[in-house]
Design a protein around this ligand. Structure first.
Ligand SMILES: Cc1cc2nc3c(=O)[nH]c(=O)nc-3n(C[C@H](O)[C@H](O)[C@H](O)COP(=O)(O)OP(=O)(O)OC[C@H]3O[C@@H](n4cnc5c(N)ncnc54)[C@H](O)[C@@H]3O)c2cc1C
Length: 550
């Protein structure tokens, strides 16, 4: 396999040489270091590399160059390799321009010159960026292959599960693909049985469920022990924060998550407002980093769904989808929310066949050159629109209100305004999804009346609901299903009848002592990554106080 490329760009020959030497010294074994002496030469190089389908991992450009400046170059380089990490090399005096470029040119980082010693100022930053790039990169290898149908919910679930867990795979769409058909017939399988997952060792799974797939790709589906100090249900930002703090403070910590670490944030294209990441971070990267951090401290993860919870004295038992139980003293509910479904004719039938809930980032590539629709006017819809705009020909945002200002953050509105292939249709509702096997059109009601438009992909962001129906009735919830905790448990000044403790519930404690709740699933929570992280960490402090009582 060709080594991925690091491209250094500078018109100053001595600086360029120094950059190239430093890159070669540290990354030469894994990456191929290339150079260009101007922005235009670098663009020509990228065009050639793209034609040959060679991978480019990082582009490092000086800002001050005659002709095309570094910011302009990096902006123009983006369409060639949208996933490559883009770094601007600036003189101290250009820092302001570099910060602005984070927004305009979507650069990932800026480095001040000089970068000596590189061990301190260059390599840590670049290694971090390259790790991010590697996590999303699918090398052209003959490993795991998924044969499926683009317009199938089952296929979408398999691909989305693999992508979210960063398992590299090649997807072969069965439609009109002779190779895919041959791979099936060689194994005496037929097209009705897709999705089929082919493994490198020659074995395969037909229409696998998540547990079977998780087991085969090396994810753990069974807890190593029967008892833990704390069981965390859900590995979104709240659960991951609890796992990091719990495990680092010596608690035996088990995290149970059916999809992949990262939660809703994992399906988010880019979180721009999380502290400490000035150029934003994708939800998948955040999830991957937090997962690695929690594992490093000894937290254990299993890929399963929790289906019930029961209480027996000081023990709490959670049951997993495969029927096994795990016990603990403390349970943290951090199951977040899931997207509301569209309640219009055709929506149920076409879910996963052109209608997707949440960001469905895995579909972005499949939408290349197409006209995509996004429903919703909140931040999540805005982020998705910007992400799909990198791939689709046009992205039409359908919003019920007059505009975005009441529902979306200003930085996103500004960026949408700057993105020429995003179209805003205000005061517009989707009335019907049209199509038999897959989405073919939408009936819309807008200011000019009804119209039918052709459509193949509709991404829906119309609010979210907690999936807490599986919890026992002793865990009190509000009328929407969000879990009540701490002071919110008092109704008319009184604690719930079942509360037997001689103390007040802790701040994030539910109506069952020792069962805590953090993040979006909690009644009254702020639906943000930072607050979920904050609550997950605070919950661990209360868990310590609770455990101290034994
Ligand atoms: C598209 C999008 C964009 C967003 N952008 C931003 C942003 O830019 N900035 C920001 O601050 N916030 C953003 N948010 C909001 C942010 O992602 C959420 O507030 C945050 O993820 C909440 O974290 P959480 O841990 O409470 O729940 P979640 O992230 O929802 O995670 C819950 C986890 O629990 C798991 N789970 C559910 N049920 C079970 C069960 N029965 N058993 C086991 N596990 C279960 C789920 O699979 C999931 O992984 C965005 C959200 C979306 C959807």
């Amino acid at each position: 396999m060709a080594r991925p490329i690091l491209l250094a760009v500078d018109d100053d020959v001595s600086v360029l040489e120094a950059v190239v030497q430093d890159l070669r010294r540290h990354y030469g074994e894994t990456y191929r270091v290339m150079r260009a002496a101007s922005g235009q030469a670098a663009l020509d190089t990228l065009a050639q590399l793209r034609k040959r389908d060679e991978p480019v991992a990082l582009i490092l450009s000086d800002q001050r160059m005659p002709g095309i400046t570094g910011v302009e170059f990096l902006e123009r380089a983006r369409p060639f390799y949208p996933e490559a990490r883009r770094v601007l090399l600036t003189a101290y005096a250009d820092t302001e321009a570099a910060i602005r470029a984070i927004n305009t040119a979507r650069i990932h980082y800026y480095l001040n010159k000089p970068w000596d010693p590189p061990e301190e100022k260059l390599y840590p930053v670049l290694t971090d960026l390259l790790d991010d790039w590697k996590a999303g990169y699918q090398p052209p290898f003959e490993g795991l292959r998924v044969i499926g149908h683009r317009w199938s919910l089952k296929d979408h679930r398999v691909r989305s599960f693999l992508s979210r867990n960063q398992v590299p795979y090649r997807w072969l769409d069965i439609a009109g693909n002779e190779d895919a058909l041959k791979l099936l017939t060689d194994r005496q399988l037929n097209p009705d049985q897709v999705p089929v997952v082919l493994f490198a060792d020659g074995t395969w799974l037909v229409d696998p469920d998540v547990e079977a797939l998780a087991g085969r790709v090396g994810l753990s589906i069974q807890a190593a022990q029967e008892f833990y100090d704390i069981v965390v249900v859900g590995a979104g930002p709240a659960g991951l924060a609890a796992a990091v703090y719990g495990a680092s403070e010596g608690l035996r910590t088990l995290v149970i998550e059916p999809v992949a670490p990262g939660g809703q944030a994992g399906s988010t294209s880019r979180i721009e407002n999380y502290l400490g990441f000035p150029s934003g971070i994708t939800g998948a990267d955040l999830g991957r980093r937090a997962h690695a951090q929690a594992c490093r401290f000894g937290a254990e993860f299993v890929t399963q769904r929790v289906t019930s919870l029961r209480v027996d004295g000081q023990y709490r038992f959670v049951q997993l989808a495969d029927g096994r139980e795990v016990s603990s003293h403390v349970v943290l509910l951090s199951t977040g929310v899931h997207y509301r479904m569209l309640d219009i004719p055709g929506a149920d039938q076409l879910a996963g066949r052109g209608i997707y809930y949440g960001a469905a980032l895995v579909e972005a590539l499949a939408c290349k050159g197409e006209d995509v629709f996004v429903v919703g006017g909140a931040n999540s819809a805005g982020q998705a629109a910007l992400h799909f705009a990198n791939y689709a020909r046009t992205v039409t945002m359908l919003i019920r209100g007059n505009g975005l200002s009441a529902t979306m953050s200003k930085y996103l509105i500004d960026e949408i305004g700057r993105t020429s292939n995003i179209v805003l249709e205000a005061q517009t509702q989707v009335m019907e999804a049209i199509g038999e096997e897959r989405l073919e059109g939408l009936r819309l009601l807008g200011p000019q009346g009804e119209s039918v438009v052709p459509a193949s992909s509709l991404f829906v962001f119309i609010g979210a609901a907690p999936g807490t129906a599986w919890l026992p009735s002793c865990i009190l919830r509000d009328d929407k299903g969000f879990v009540l905790a701490g002071p919110d448990l008092r109704a008319d000044g009184k604690l719930p009848e079942g509360w037997r403790e001689q103390r007040e519930p802790f701040l994030l404690e539910s109506s069952v002592p020792g069962v805590f709740v953090a993040g979006d699933v909690r009644h009254g929570s702020i639906k943000r990554v930072a607050s979920a992280v904050g609550e997950g960490s605070i919950a661990v402090q209360f868990a310590h106080q609770y455990l101290a009582g034994f």
